[in-house]
Design a protein around this ligand. Structure first.
Ligand SMILES: *[C@@H]1O[C@H](CO)[C@@H](O)[C@H](O)[C@H]1NC(C)=O
Ligand SMILES: *[C@@H]1O[C@H](CO)[C@@H](O)[C@H](O)[C@H]1NC(C)=O
Ligand SMILES: *[C@@H]1O[C@H](CO)[C@@H](O)[C@H](O)[C@H]1NC(C)=O
Ligand SMILES: *[C@@H]1O[C@H](CO)[C@@H](O)[C@H](O)[C@H]1NC(C)=O
Ligand SMILES: *[C@@H]1O[C@H](CO)[C@@H](O)[C@H](O)[C@H]1NC(C)=O
Ligand SMILES: *[C@@H]1O[C@H](CO)[C@@H](O)[C@H](O)[C@H]1NC(C)=O
Ligand SMILES: *[C@@H]1O[C@H](CO)[C@@H](O)[C@H](O)[C@H]1NC(C)=O
Ligand SMILES: *[C@@H]1O[C@H](CO)[C@@H](O)[C@H](O)[C@H]1NC(C)=O
Ligand SMILES: *[C@@H]1O[C@H](CO)[C@@H](O)[C@H](O)[C@H]1NC(C)=O
Ligand SMILES: *[C@@H]1O[C@H](CO)[C@@H](O)[C@H](O)[C@H]1NC(C)=O
Length: 500
């Protein structure tokens, strides 16, 4: 009675679990089976239990926010499961393990385990160690896969003594021999196929062996319409023809995989599909300034098209200034026609030609790099009148000249005064002026001296149209605003302050 009730309870938890996986709104939380202790990464069941099913984290409706994503992660985080003295556990089924996708260690001790289904660990790629202590299997083809794992040394099984019961006698699994019980063999009709877009093609796969394997082509992700035709050549060949109709270019490089599987295990074999189609230019963009300037393109075609560029009816030969950089991704070619420091001379129409044995396409883009230099200069000068049309550099040059002349002037004056004053001290004569000069040179700008000097151009009676260089006036053709303000008089102003 207790056992029956317990099984019902576990079943109910499972139902609850499945419901919540498929219905996000059922908020739930995982709960540890009653005879186990659980942590984030481990389920440890060392109390006797007569449950017939593998322990599954049960679900408890808590009305909180758990989503199916979190549940999958909870299961995935379990890396270790230990089960001891579960007398009711006789069969480990494939569905028992499939949620624990992160499982690494499994221990089953002193249970009445007799069968582990062949696909039980299909979803547990990380399993590294399996300890099966006190397990006695039923000898037969169903556990032949464990014998193969043991022979191959997978999951540490080769270090353990495993047994199976053949009627009344218990033998080592190592010594079990089962007739007609082997991995399937597989043969496919091609190693690769080369077809044209729009063609039809049939490939064939034979899975043979006993037990007679299931055979199938995996076509998920395939774009072309396809049909499977299955045929069995008794006693031991299962053959499947896969026909693809109106083959799409999107299936170029697709791996057609055939899988043959029986209770002993799975084998597979693949055919590479190559689809030929004429080139297309998917993208040809206007020049874009990056590290260098780039006309970006994307071309598609198989076999990979050959690219040529034309400018003014002439093919562009690759050189240091213009070159093609590109990458291949499957049947895509992506890259740049790269220009180093292009100027207005490079402006014009650029034509890309892509060709493969199935065809040729061209596309043209107008490359606009820089304006012609004369156009560049006319723009600012047009609004001003004739005299003030000089470029910036001259203004700056005049200011510098004024500054330097003033500085020289002041320096001479200071020297003159100092020599007069200290000239008669023969031994230390040079010290004074040297110190003064070196001290002054610490300041950031040579024009600095002018403001601290005895005479600056500003303190002289300089009219708006004249500037003082040395002690003479020279007329200035520049805009007089540069020299109007006393404190700024030696700093060249920017052109912007000129504009009304
Ligand atoms: C089960 O394991 C826990 C912790 O590992 C331990 O404390 C407890 O004694 C064990 N129970 C039995 C019956 O061995
Ligand atoms: C449910 O989750 C959302 C965010 O995922 C959170 O804002 C909200 O408070 C949660 N509600 C409860 C009842 O936990
Ligand atoms: C699973 O483990 C990761 C890191 O190991 C942790 O960040 C995450 O919170 C865990 N998830 C759950 C549901 O415990
Ligand atoms: C498991 O069962 C055996 C006998 O069936 C018993 O001797 C042993 O103590 C049990 N172990 C635990 C951990 O309960
Ligand atoms: C599959 O088996 C049949 C029957 O023996 C044979 O005619 C055919 O060539 C085989 N095909 C392949 C791809 O091995
Ligand atoms: C591909 O098969 C379809 C349907 O059998 C047929 O109509 C079509 O003509 C075939 N195409 C080629 C290129 O053979
Ligand atoms: C499968 O295709 C091969 C040729 O590829 C053909 O000889 C064979 O008859 C086809 N099998 C079936 C069942 O249509
Ligand atoms: C073949 O596929 C192309 C697109 O992939 C489609 O335009 C064309 O109509 C298809 N041809 C047939 C006969 O179905
Ligand atoms: C094919 O078999 C290899 C090992 O034999 C395996 O790694 C691979 O995942 C299998 N491929 C498929 C699609 O099952
Ligand atoms: C570039 O091509 C366009 C049309 O494709 C044409 O109108 C234009 O005149 C061409 N420019 C030059 C400089 O050849």
């Amino acid at each position: 009675m207790d056992l029956w009730f317990h099984s019902i309870r576990i079943c109910w938890w499972r139902v609850l679990f499945l419901m919540s996986v498929f219905q996000d709104y059922l908020s739930s939380m995982l709960d540890c089976p009653p005879t186990c202790s659980c942590s984030q990464t481990e389920i440890y069941c060392n109390k006797s239990d007569n449950g017939r099913f593998f322990p599954l984290l049960a679900l408890q409706d808590t009305g909180s926010n758990g989503t199916s994503v979190d549940i999958a992660e909870l299961f995935k985080n379990i890396t270790s499961i230990h089960i001891e003295n579960w007398t009711g556990l006789q069969t480990l089924r494939d569905v028992d393990m499939e949620l624990y996708t992160g499982l690494q260690r499994l221990t089953i001790m002193n249970c009445n385990l007799r069968v582990i289904q062949a696909r039980a660990f299909a979803q547990n790629p990380h399993i590294r160690y399996m300890r099966l202590e006190g397990v006695v299997f039923d000898c037969g083809c169903d556990i032949r896969w464990i014998q193969l794992w043991q022979q191959r040394g997978e999951a540490g099984l080769h270090t353990q003594q495993l047994y199976c019961k053949n009627g009344a006698s218990k033998i080592r699994l190592h010594n079990m021999y089962i007739h007609n019980c082997d991995l399937p063999e597989i043969s496919v009709s091609h190693s690769s196929v080369l077809v044209m877009e729009g063609d039809n093609v049939t490939v064939s796969c034979n899975g043979s062996g006993s037990p007679l394997p299931e055979v199938d082509w995996t076509v998920s992700g395939l774009h072309s319409i396809n049909t499977h035709l299955s045929n069995v050549y008794w006693p031991n060949i299962h053959s499947i023809n896969l026909t693809l109709f109106n083959i799409s270019r999107d299936d170029n490089n697709f791996q057609l995989t055939c899988i043959a599987e029986n209770v002993v295990g799975m084998t597979n074999s693949s055919i590479q599909l190559n689809v030929q189609f004429p080139p297309v230019i998917l993208r040809l963009a206007e020049p874009e300034q990056r590290h260098d300037t780039c006309i970006e393109f994307t071309v598609r075609g198989y076999p990979h098209p050959k690219l040529r560029w034309f400018y003014m009816q002439k093919e562009i030969l690759q050189n240091d200034y213009i070159r093609t950089d590109m990458d291949f991704y499957q049947d895509y070619l992506e890259g740049c026609l790269t220009f180093q420091n292009p100027t207005h001379i490079n402006n014009g129409n650029y034509t890309l030609e892509a060709s493969n044995p199935l065809g040729t396409v061209t596309k043209t883009v107008y490359g606009h790099f820089l304006m012609a230099p004369d156009m560049d200069e006319k723009v600012p000068s047009t609004p001003s009148d004739g005299d003030s049309g000089r470029p910036d550099e001259d203004t700056f040059g005049v200011s510098i000249a004024v500054g330097l002349a003033g500085f020289a002037c002041v320096l001479l004056l200071v020297l003159f005064v100092l020599i007069n004053k200290y000239g008669r001290r023969s031994k230390f004569g040079m010290k004074g002026p040297v110190a003064v000069i070196s001290g002054e040179e610490d300041s950031a700008s040579p024009l600095h001296h002018v403001n601290h000097g005895i005479i600056t151009p500003c303190t002289l009676d300089a009219g708006p149209d004249a500037v003082v260089i040395g002690m003479t006036r020279i007329p200035v053709v520049e805009n007089p605003q540069y020299f109007r303000h006393g404190h700024n008089c030696n700093k060249p102003t920017t052109r912007k302050s000129l504009d009304p």
